[in-house]
Ligand binder design. Structure first.
Ligand code: SAH
Length: 393
């Protein structure tokens, strides 16, 4: 059996069941396997610690499938996928929705594998050598366990490069579902472009937060910043907002946003194709103000190295948003940057309020929806941070 032997004393994180083996902890690899194939992870003394997928090109040299002495084969993946599906059922995550994340990678014990369900189609994203190695077997098991027929592959995330993998987009099983696909989220309809949309097509992680915004939107003048295809916009309108202004820099996203509003028979918001950093300044100069503002920017800091620049960007938009917010108004502010943790994000938002000369309180802490769980052994899985701030009167 191929094996990866750790340096002396480097077994601690594996013993705590963290799934990543960094290259710096590796003493040597014996009987080096193919990229993505399975090897045993051994302590320097030769004790069995885990069974993992080998990523010869990545800084994360191996990702653990199991900490038990069990074979990694189709039955293993069947067990893990069944367990992921059972968790979604047990938690009643999306009772009046037909789009949800079925497999959330490391947090479901399946490093590198994302599987989202959009109505009758599954979208699979493979991010690592290990998930790529088992992809065909996993695809068959997904069909068997869900009873669905179509799987579309969206393995085009940049992180694949670090694993030496090229992008792969297209049908993995079945036929091309009709484009766009229409899904239901808490009773609202959305058209999803699974072949070109962000991530696998939709930001499923914001489902519960969109619903929360819907509950608070009644009679409010709402500003939805980074609106993408109108997730928060549609919810605010459905919640009875008095007016909604929706801003994004992508014309394609706004086009789909328009469809989503009319799909639900809602009144048209004001769509603005613009850069948020500039547009918020323009609103400030025009002395416009709002009762409810959503700030849901893209990942400004994917890794820790970009944290300083990202912090300045978060502070900038939050400061402007606090200024545009009327007294008594509500700000939904988010960060999905892995490099910015919840503490730092709260500090940035606090600094923004201070510099905007605004008194505000945190009313709620938000995070990713429950179909994006976080394994207790893998805190990195908690990437989405949100604060609902109330500007005092
Ligand atoms: N709130 C959305 C998801 C937002 S994703 C939802 O619930 O579905 C982030 C969005 O920010 C993308 O649509 C992207 O086009 C947009 N974006 C990125 N940089 C931007 C900028 N500088 N100005 C305006 N929009 C931007």
């Amino acid at each position: 059996m191929a094996s990866l032997i750790l340096k002396p004393g480097r077994e601690k994180s594996v013993l705590r069941r963290h799934p990543w083996i960094f290259s710096g902890a590796v003493e040597r690899v014996d009987k080096e396997p193919a990229s993505g194939a399975t090897l045993d992870v051994l302590s320097f003394n030769g004790d069995f610690l885990a069974r993992a997928a080998y990523s010869p090109l990545s800084q994360i040299r191996a990702r653990v499938w199991t900490f038990d002495d069990e074979p990694i084969d189709a039955d293993f993946f069947r067990k893990r996928i069944r367990s992921a599906l059972a968790a979604r059922r047990a938690l009643h995550i999306a009772d009046d929705s037909d789009a949800l994340r079925l497999v959330h990678a490391e947090s479901d014990g399946l490093p590198g594998l994302i599987v989202d369900r959009y109505a009758d189609a599954l979208v699979l994203q493979s991010l690592t050598a290990g998930s790529e190695f088992w992809k065909e077997i996993i695809a068959d098991i997904l069909l068997e366990q869900t009873g669905l027929k179509n799987i579309y592959e969206r393995s085009d995330a940049d992180v694949r490069e670090l694993e030496g993998l090229t992008p792969h987009i297209g049908i993995l099983r079945g036929t091309i579902p009709n484009f766009p696909l229409t899904i239901t989220e808490h009773g609202l309809k959305f058209n999803i472009n699974i072949s070109e949309g962000h991530k696998t097509g939709f930001y499923l992680d914001q489902r519960a937060n969109r619903q929360r915004a819907r509950a608070l939107a009644k009679d409010k003048d709402v500003l939805d910043c980074f609106c993408y295809t109108g997730g928060f916009t549609v919810n605010a309108l459905a919640g009875g907002a008095k007016s909604v202004v929706s801003v994004d820099s992508s014309a394609d996203a706004l086009g789909l946003g328009r469809e989503n509003v009319s799909l639900n028979g809602l009144p048209e918001p004001e769509w603005i194709e613009a850069d948020i950093f500039q547009r918020l300044r323009k609103f400030r100069d025009e002395r416009r103000s709002f009762d409810l503002i959503v700030l849901d920017p893209p990942k400004f800091a994917p890794t820790v190295s970009q944290v300083d620049r990202a912090s300045r960007a978060y502070k900038d938009i939050n400061l402007l948003a606090f200024k545009l917010l009327r007294p008594g108004g509500i700000l939904f502010t988010f960060s999905c940057s892995g490099g910015v943790d919840a503490n730092l994000f709260q500090k940035i938002v606090a600094g923004a309020a201070l510099d905007a000369n605004v008194d505000a309180q945190i009313a709620e802490h938000l995070s990713q929806a429950a179909d994006h769980p976080v394994s207790l052994n893998f805190p990195e899985g908690a990437y989405l941070k949100g604060l609902v701030c109330h500007k005092t009167i």
